[in-house]
Design a binder for this molecule. Structure first.
Ligand code: 13P
Length: 247
């Protein structure tokens, strides 16, 4: 059976001192975890975190990757550079990047492709806004977002992680109910099954106000294979509780 994945997304938070303290507390509190664990940290801290976590059960991830291979793209980090640092995962298509950096489905698909080509696992985020949910468009939106990645990447999609992150649940304290999340995860699973015979090994994780109190119920759903955790991943006791709730 595949393991669950609990990944923290630190977003634009942290400092050398705060990161060191947080990782120290996480490492001290890890109690023979059964799940996979990662922290997706700001690019400037990848080296620091990679060094501190070397040989531990916690992998390091980036929060984005360039859609370009190399060259004159000021400020960007290529997949090869991330690989060079020992990065295992890269979040692509987070709703904050789609919203604030105008990332389209097509760009997200290319980013996933760059990550895969470099041997980095892309954590592909999909999710509807509140307006789209209320208009009954959840299925259409998440399927369109995932379809772009499937079409460009073909059989390689068996190597991705999918994160369902309803935009209305991110940073709002409003979590999707376990039933709401499970329903969308089942749709995504079916879409992956139609595209690859290895769909069952693809982790589909949930993100959006997952916390120490609601994680166990969400993680108990049959098609929820882990969590992409924002705010709660910045507090070691909360993140450790979520890790302990995973299977
Ligand atoms: P919160 O857990 O803070 O709602 O953030 C979720 C998220 O966006 C993870 O990528």
């Amino acid at each position: 059976m595949k393991k669950q994945l609990i990944a923290g997304n630190w977003k634009m938070n942290g400092s050398l001192a705060a990161n060191e303290a947080l990782l120290k507390d996480l490492l001290a509190g890890l109690n023979a975890p059964v799940c996979q664990i990662a922290v997706c940290v700001p690019a400037v801290y990848l080296t620091q975190c990679q060094k501190q976590l070397a040989g531990s059960a916690i992998d390091v991830g980036a929060q984005d990757v360039s859609a370009h291979e190399s060259g004159a793209f000021t400020g960007e980090n290529s997949a090869a550079m991330l690989k060079d640092l020992g990065v295992r995962y890269a979040i692509v298509g987070h709703s904050e990047r789609r919203q604030y950096h105008a990332e389209t489905d097509a760009v997200v698909a290319v980013k996933a492709q760059r990550a895969l080509a470099a041997g980095i696992t892309p954590i592909v985020c999909v999710g509807e806004t509140l307006q789209e949910r209320e208009a009954g468009k959840t299925e259409e939106v998440v399927k369109r977002q995932l379809a772009a990645v499937i079409h460009l990447n073909g059989h390689c999609i068996s190597e991705i992680v999918v994160a369902y992150e309803p935009v209305w649940a991110i940073g709002t304290g409003k979590t999707a109910s376990p039933e709401q999340a499970q329903a969308v995860h089942a749709l995504l699973r079916a879409q992956l099954q139609a595209a690859t015979s290895h769909a069952d090994r693809i982790q589909i994780v949930y993100g959006g106000s997952m916390n120490a109190a609601n994680a166990a119920q969400l993680l108990a759903q049959p098609d929820i294979d882990g969590g992409l955790v924002g705010g709660a991943s910045l507090k070691a006791p909360d993140f450790l509780t979520i890790i302990a709730a995973a299977q």
